[in-house]
Design a binder for this molecule. Structure first.
Ligand SMILES: NC(=O)c1ccc[n+]([C@@H]2O[C@H](COP(=O)([O-])OP(=O)(O)OC[C@H]3O[C@@H](n4cnc5c(N)ncnc54)[C@H](OP(=O)(O)O)[C@@H]3O)[C@@H](O)[C@H]2O)c1
Length: 297
């Protein structure tokens, strides 16, 4: 049995729908069984034969986190540790979601050019959100060494506030919008990420003795890389094509300095996906997934 935690969030909702459509048995919870309450967690698993705990619950308000350190730390660091301890007790594995914000955003170079971050590259988060997520990774692996941590980035999906929805709304309201053009990363459709999660869990059915898929950190985003500005331009192009945007909007490139935010964003956070691809997973290009997402709207 799978236990999906955070089933009301953007990724959690997508996963719940996918589990239902594939007729995979699972139980889903959100705030009503708080990851901050070890007793509630323990009570919940009684008589349920949980084999996998998928944790999509987190504190995700990146700017608010700068003033809300305690709660952010509790949810992003202590929560995963609580789940790890419980998983060890009941012989389950945890699949936990983490973020590109664990990296500093100062790119590592290969032949003088930025290269995608690998799973074993040193972390160096700059804000509260990233620091607490990095701490959560460490505490979870210490409590439950068989866990899988999936780092992702620039997530958007049908069921929650995200960049794509914000852009579609603003582009229908304004003549001009400015979007940051000096931060590079990769958009990720929550549906694709949900598929990747279920792919990993399905592999565990084919294990031959050892823990499979191997424990540790993996990266998953869509394929390719872009800037928020070019991401916005593609949203506009597709929005116009599918009739979701009904007026002209001029999109202007901004520098990070021209668009200050409380928490600093990584200037570069492209993630290498070689490790997860070596398990046989194919990863759709971000443009293809964005087109499918907007088409389905
Ligand atoms: N969104 C992104 O761009 C992005 C990028 C990289 C990585 N990630 C990671 O991906 C994962 C999923 O993100 P998401 O955007 O789907 O998050 P989300 O929409 O914010 O969902 C998180 C869910 O956790 C719930 N929750 C809050 N406190 C809880 C508690 N004490 N116990 C149990 N559940 C609780 C939230 O409820 P409330 O809404 O009521 O608080 C919400 O339903 C997170 O680990 C996040 O760090 C996200």
């Amino acid at each position: 049995m799978i236990w999906l935690i955070g089933n009301q969030g953007m990724l959690g909702t997508e996963l719940a729908l996918l589990l239902e459509s594939q007729k995979i048995a699972f139980v889903g919870t959100d705030r009503e069984v708080s990851i901050l309450d070890p007793n509630a967690l323990r009570t919940f698993v009684e008589n349920k034969n949980i084999e996998w705990i998928i944790n999509c619950a987190a504190y995700t308000a990146v700017d608010k986190a700068e003033d809300d350190v305690e709660l952010c730390h509790a949810l992003n660091a202590q929560g995963p540790e609580n789940l790890g301890r419980l998983a060890q007790e009941i012989g389950a594995r945890v699949l936990h979601i983490s973020t590109d914000y664990v990296f500093s955003g100062n790119p590592l170079l290969k032949a003088g050019r930025p290269r995608p971050y690998r799973e074993d590259d040193p972390t160096g988060p700059t804000g509260v959100y990233g620091k607490t997520k990095a701490e959560g990774e460490r505490l979870l692996m210490a409590a439950a060494p068989t866990s899988i941590i999936l780092r992702t980035a620039w997530l958007y999906g049908k069921h929650g506030n995200n960049f794509v929805y914000t852009m579609l709304r603003l582009m229908n309201e304004r003549d001009t919008i400015g979007v940051v053009a000096d931060q590079r990363g990769t958009p990720t459709w929550a549906y694709d990420l949900a598929q990747a999660i279920l792919y990993l869990i399905a592999l565990s059915g084919h294990s031959e003795g050892d823990v499979w898929p191997p424990a540790g950190i993996y990266h998953y985003t869509n394929e390719g890389e872009t800037t928020w500005y070019d991401f916005a331009r593609e949203i506009y192009r597709l929005g116009r094509q599918y009739g979701i945007i009904t007026r002209n909007c001029d999109i202007k490139p901004l520098t990070t300095d021209q668009y200050p935010t409380k928490a600093r964003r990584p200037a570069y956070s492209v993630l290498s996906k070689e490790k997860i691809k070596a398990l046989g997973l194919s990863v759709p290009p971000w443009q293809e997934s964005l087109a499918r997402f907007i088409h389905e709207l």
